[in-house]
Design a binder for this molecule. Structure first.
Ligand code: A3P
Length: 330
């Protein structure tokens, strides 16, 4: 594809041509595989990235200055990032934005309210001025733990990490990436992408390594990393929301509990409410993805409708092996 054609594509589909020279030089020495959408994937610091993502990570590693009060929402793609963004934004801004018809979530997609560090703020070689943001600042990221900017490691900021059963992640990612592909590219087969997922070749993969690094950190530093599972959030949303509020040092007061605020936040952020809003049915992110691509079924266990027994057994086997001895289970 020529660079003229490339520049007409949605930004998430743009490839190596758009990179700054420093990143071009680096990626020429990195392991490379075909991507699930359009771009190739490159292995950097143990994890697979699209060229744009990789440049964003590098720029952020070089320029981001953390504050002790910063809060990071961290996930691997398809773990429920959009949901958690909605919840944490509403929770942390509940004084400024009470739940009314004017609430920002009713007119903006959660990804526009809680920006990703590497694929929004520092993407395309941008160096944003974040110094005027009020504390606590809330950022999202998919960056693996050991690739986070040094200033983040040196600070006493907090992380809320959300993970999800790998079988549902795989199915969700397969649907999502097929939606992002242009029609003329056709769809990826389940078999081919399953093989890549199992080999760890997926955006921000290997999935297991990403999860394990944050899991271990949460075991060693429970005041620094709150580790959550999508499945638990679905089963006990109220308890999980209270835990997030306590962890962030903004627990619900008795008055807030009595007024039903916990339930109101969860209702506002629910799959049904968000997915039916006009902004999420018809809007697009500035990078070109349709907002509706982030809302599919929002259920636990949809893998049962897609994966044959051999795939289930294989994925379960890898997960057992990788998580063995860690105390983490699915
Ligand atoms: P499914 O594809 O299984 O439906 P991410 O936000 O990390 O990209 O993850 C997307 C997954 O979260 C999709 O899963 C999507 O449907 C689900 N999701 C989006 N909003 C949700 C919400 N408010 N509650 C629960 N799940 C939600």
């Amino acid at each position: 594809m020529s660079s003229t054609t490339t520049s007409l594509l949605p930004r998430y589909l743009q490839q190596e041509e758009i990179l700054a020279q420093k990143c071009k030089t680096l990626i020429s020495s990195l392991p490379k595989e075909n991507g699930w959408v359009a771009s190739n994937l490159y292995k950097y610091q143990g994890f697979w990235n699209t060229p744009r993502q990789l440049q964003g990570i590098m720029t952020c590693q070089e320029h981001f200055e953390a504050r002790d009060s910063d809060v990071f929402l961290v996930t691997t793609p398809k773990s429920g990032t959009t949901w958690l963004k909605a919840i944490m934004f509403t929770l942390m801004n509940r004084m400024q934005y009470p739940i009314t018809q004017e609430h920002p979530l009713l007119s903006k997609n959660p990804h526009d309210l809680v920006p990703f560090l590497e694929i929004k703020l520092y993407v395309d070689n941008q160096i944003p001025d974040l110094s005027s943001l009020n504390s606590p600042r809330l950022f999202a990221t998919h960056i693996p733990f050991f690739s986070l900017p040094k200033s983040v490691h040196d600070s006493s900021c907090k992380f809320v990490y959300l993970c999800r059963n790998p079988k549902d992640i795989f199915v969700s990612l397969w649907h999502f990436t097929n939606k992002l592909r242009l029609q003329e590219m056709g769809t990826n087969s389940l078999e081919e992408t399953f093989d890549m997922f199992c080999r760890g070749v997926t955006i921000y993969g290997p999935y297991w390594d990403h999860v394990l690094d944050y899991w271990k950190e949460s075991m060693e530093n429970p005041h620094k990393v709150l580790f959550l599972k999508y499945e638990d959030m679905k089963e006990c949303p109220i308890d999980n929301l209270r835990s997030i509020a306590e962890f962030l040092g903004c627990p619900f007061s008795n008055e807030e509990e009595e007024s039903g605020m916990v339930e109101q936040i969860l209702k506002l952020c629910s799959f049904d409410t968000l997915s039916n809003l006009e902004i999420n049915r018809a809007g697009k992110l500035s990078s070109g993805e349709e907002n509706k691509a982030f809302f599919r079924r929002g259920e636990v266990g949809d893998w049962k409708n897609h994966l044959p027994t051999e795939m289930v057994e294989k994925l379960d086997h890898i997960t057992e092996q990788k998580f063995s001895g860690s105390g983490l289970e699915f």
